[in-house]
Design a protein around this ligand. Structure first.
Ligand code: VGL
Ligand code: ZN
Length: 240
């Protein structure tokens, strides 16, 4: 493969859901070691090479369909049970199974805030997602049935983004869906990178290995912080 040239390198950074509820010690849906990735993310946020730096926030109304508390027992155990979500306009337009969670990231509550140690002031944009109570939306772009569009796709298209770097929480849910949608919606096969040192999964071990394979099979590259694709951000390895 030819070296990446600097004149058509227009990378974007997406920092997914670095919110209190996804972090120990008090988050209702805390991802193990979720806070520990913040220095890696802050280093990326400090780089001038990104044409857009987007933070996202899971931003649910209290009556959100993904909250176990909004479903009747006995099949409403958080982390364990699932529900079927139908297209809100017409069930024949599509449906999907989705996992139930504890209440989390309720709009305008402390749990929905970005963690204070994240350098969020360096971001150029903030995207709120999961605001429609009727649908689950892991991707920062759209929900699985195309009911809600966050505007992120048109934002990145307007900036003529050539490569997308995705970090944040959780690796196996919102980071994964966001990265796969970046490939699909922006047509960036092989140019969307999940930096593994900048994410943590809900389910580690073998499920996380499977998630990484799913991403790779959809044109996402899962890379480490020392990869050449990260060095490009420092102007290294780019041809004039
Ligand atoms: C997420 C579960 C529920 C995430 C959001 O940000 O990965 N996971 N809502
Ligand atoms: Zn959520």
């Amino acid at each position: 493969m030819a070296a990446q040239s600097s004149y058509n390198f227009r990378p974007a950074l997406i920092v997914v859901d670095m919110q209190e509820d996804f972090c120990p010690p008090n988050g209702s849906l805390a991802v193990a070691e979720g806070r520990t990735i913040t220095p890696v993310i802050n280093e990326l946020l400090s780089l001038p090479s990104f044409v857009a730096k987007v933070t996202t926030q899971d931003w649910h109304p209290q009556n959100h369909v993904s909250f176990a508390s909004n479903h009747p027992p006995p099949n409403n155990r958080p982390f364990i049970d699932t529900v079927t979500i139908y297209h809100p306009d017409d069930p024949s337009l599509g449906h999907y199974e989705t996992r139930l969670w504890p209440d989390h990231c309720v709009q305008n509550t402390p749990g929905a805030e970005l963690i204070p140690e994240l350098d969020a002031s360096k971001a150029t944009h903030n995207i709120k997602k999961g605001t429609d109570p009727r649908v689950e939306m892991y991707s920062a772009f759209v929900d699985p049935l195309g009911v809600c569009d966050s505007g992120l796709n048109s934002l990145l298209q307007d900036e003529k983004v050539s490569h997308v770097y995705v970090v944040g929480l959780a690796g196996d849910y919102c980071v994964k869906s966001t990265a796969m949608d970046a490939v699909k919606l922006l047509g960036l096969e092989g140019k969307v990178f999940v930096i593994e040192d900048g994410t943590k999964p809900v389910d580690g071990g073998e499920p996380w290995e499977e998630s990484k394979k799913d991403m790779e099979s959809k044109g996402v590259k899962v890379i480490g912080i020392s990869a050449k694709e990260v060095r490009w951000l420092y102007g290294e390895g780019l041809e004039a």
